[in-house]
Design a binder for this molecule. Structure first.
Ligand code: FPP
Length: 251
């Protein structure tokens, strides 16, 4: 058993890869009469707490939805706030990630992002590329459909270059996605009570369990993540077959 900061303990066996739709920042701020950006700022603090807790709960990989291809339609000042937050996060936390064995990957389209953010992303990814203790994937300017389309384009280019053969099969498409190389997603969490996938990890979610939690993202941390891990442990996964395998044994 693994001891948590609040004195409880959880089984160290559980989902390897957890993906989170960090929802509810705006409502958290509104409930306090604050501008939305304050909710996003607190959201970054919750992200740091959750990343820190994840290896203690036995996770090897976590993917979080930071900014979707659809989020460009938000008011310009909110988009600019979110860009500023990712800039700060990837600059200020990369030392810690490097030290603590966290490998950072940023999923999603680089084109369309400000050039300095692309540079920051590339630098942070390069500095943490050798780390193996934990993988943190931040989906930023990411959309599940766009990622599949990009993978198909890459595949067609390789076919045209004579490097691989048509037809396209699942394994090669999966290898072209921005999540390639990460373990399969075992569990998708959405906070704030909403129950949608919102174009997140459409391909990767094929056999993921889903847990919806009422908590708003800025209030998230180790206790809430532990609850989701426990809920996952109670699920039976059959992967399309008839034999039930417990979620924890499914690997
Ligand atoms: C959803 O809440 C949250 C987002 C669209 C962005 C998530 C961003 C962060 C947690 C902080 C910045 C991210 C990084 C990677 C540094 P919402 O605004 O839709 O909330 P609402 O549904 O209550 O309005």
């Amino acid at each position: 058993m693994t001891a948590l900061a609040d004195g409880r303990s959880v089984s160290p066996v559980g989902p390897r890869h957890v993906a989170i739709i960090m929802d509810g920042n705006g409502r958290w701020a509104k409930a306090r009469g604050l501008p939305r950006v304050m909710g996003h700022r607190e959201g970054v603090k919750a992200l740091k707490r959750t990343v820190e807790a994840a290896p203690r709960l036995g996770l090897q990989c976590m993917t979080v939805f930071g900014f979707s291809t659809e989020n460009w339609s938000r008011p310009a000042d909110e988009v600019s706030d979110l860009m500023g937050l990712v800039r700060n996060y990837l600059t200020s936390d990369v030392d810690r990630m490097e030290r603590e064995g966290v490998r950072l990957r940023v999923l999603g389209r680089r084109r369309g992002l400000p050039a300095d953010i692309v540079e920051i992303i590339e630098r942070a990814e390069a500095r943490t590329a050798q780390n193996t203790r934990f993988i943190l994937q931040v989906a930023f300017n990411y959309g599940g459909r766009a990622d599949i389309v990009d993978a198909v384009h890459r595949h067609v280019e390789l076919v045209m270059a004579g490097e691989i053969r048509w037809p396209l099969v699942e394994k090669t498409l999966g290898a072209g996605l921005s999540t390639a190389g990460a373990p399969d997603v075992d569990l998708i969490i959405r906070t704030s009570g909403e129950k949608r996938l919102s174009n997140f990890l459409l391909w990767e979610a094929a056999y993921a369990e889903m847990v919806f939690q009422d908590i708003l993202w800025p209030d998230y941390g180790e206790a809430a993540l532990a609850e989701a891990v426990v809920a996952f442990g109670a699920r039976e996964r059959r992967f399309g077959g008839v034999e039930a395998r417990t979620a924890m044994a499914a690997g």
